[in-house]
Design a protein around this ligand. Structure first.
Ligand SMILES: C[S@@+](CC[C@H](N)C(=O)[O-])C[C@H]1O[C@@H](n2cnc3c(N)ncnc32)[C@H](O)[C@@H]1O
Length: 293
């Protein structure tokens, strides 16, 4: 079947309106990740599923024709150039680093890292409505449950920063070392496993303030032990920051754990990590009142 007979140039945008957000179907996520990552070396992680997705869509639209991989691939390339260029929060044009966005929610981390000229190359979030919002904000549908090996198999190599605002869970480490294996069965274990396999240059983890004293401080101690001793990261003491100090109209305290791979030689000896509130665009009171009403 030739490209001409399906009029790739005239594909109706609606045909590729990706509204499939069902858990377990990774093809829509792969398709959107492919479209947004075609020139930064990671598209190979998404291509096979993306072609399959386009093939399925075209076969449904043109039932009388046999859609070959070649036709689907051509349509995919066409769609890259036809993809939505009017996103509310587009990726930087000349990114300076790559990051992944785990437990992505609606993309708070992504927004901040994009503002710092980062390019998001993988995202995971399992909540249906968060996925929908994320897609509208950034054009990408997050992959689903990060505890699944299949989801992890899409994570590309060679990204610089791993971001994760993972839910806090206790570890039963009584009488144990509090190392990597002892965290098995928790979401932190999945984060640690990805760090172990991909070895990003830096990690940026966030949690509720209560993590500091959770299980008499043992949970945080285990997390720091795994990151420092088992995974080889330089981790300064975590900091608790309040959103209201950074121009956000919320009294919301969170703990931030930042780390750098030890071989990079990053240390903060004698220096504190300073979070520049000027990096965050302040929203005016009127904006917050309008949005809240
Ligand atoms: C504290 S929120 C993170 C919010 C995010 N930083 C933001 O800016 O919106 C944690 C998120 O993890 C998601 N989550 C929890 N378990 C998950 C899993 N196994 N796989 C993928 N996402 C998960 C939840 O749905 C929730 O949106």
């Amino acid at each position: 079947m030739s490209k001409e007979s399906i009029h790739i140039e005239n594909i109706d945008g609606q045909l590729f309106e990706v509204n499939i957000i069902e858990e377990g179907n990774s093809k829509p996520a792969s398709f959107t990740h492919y479209i947004h990552n075609h020139k930064n070396g990671v598209s190979k992680f998404y291509k096979r599923d993306a072609v399959e997705f386009v093939k399925e869509k075209l076969s449904k639209e043109y039932p009388a024709n046999k859609i070959t991989n070649k036709v689907a691939e051509e349509a995919l390339q066409y769609l890259i150039f036809d993809s939505d260029k009017t996103l509310p929060f587009p990726a930087p044009i000349k990114p300076k680093f790559k990051f992944i966005d785990l437990f992505a929610g609606i993309g708070g981390f992504r927004l901040a890292f994009q503002n710092l000229q980062g390019k998001c190359v993988f995202t995971s979030e399992w909540d249906k409505y968060s996925k929908q919002t994320y897609r509208v904000n950034f054009g990408e549908i997050p992959f689903g449950d990060i505890t699944k090996a299949k989801t992890k198999s899409y994570i590309p190599d060679d990204f610089d920063v791993l971001c994760a605002g993972f839910p806090c869970q206790a570890f039963s480490i009584a009488g144990r070392r509090g190392g990597f294996e002892d965290t098995r069965g928790t979401l932190f274990f999945d984060v640690a496993e990805i760090i172990k396999n991909k070895k990003p240059k830096a990690v940026f983890l966030e949690n509720v303030k209560g993590l500091r004293n959770h299980d008499k401080g043992k949970t945080l101690k285990t997390i720091l032990n795994v990151l420092r001793e088992d995974l080889g990261y330089y981790i300064p003491e975590p900091k608790i920051l309040n959103a209201k100090e950074f121009g956000v109209p919320q009294n919301r305290e969170r703990i931030f754990i930042v780390g750098f791979r030890k071989d990079l030689g990053v240390t903060l000896k004698g220096r504190a990590i300073r979070f520049k509130s000027s990096l965050v665009p302040r929203c005016g009171l009127s904006t917050s009142i309008t949005n809240a009403s």
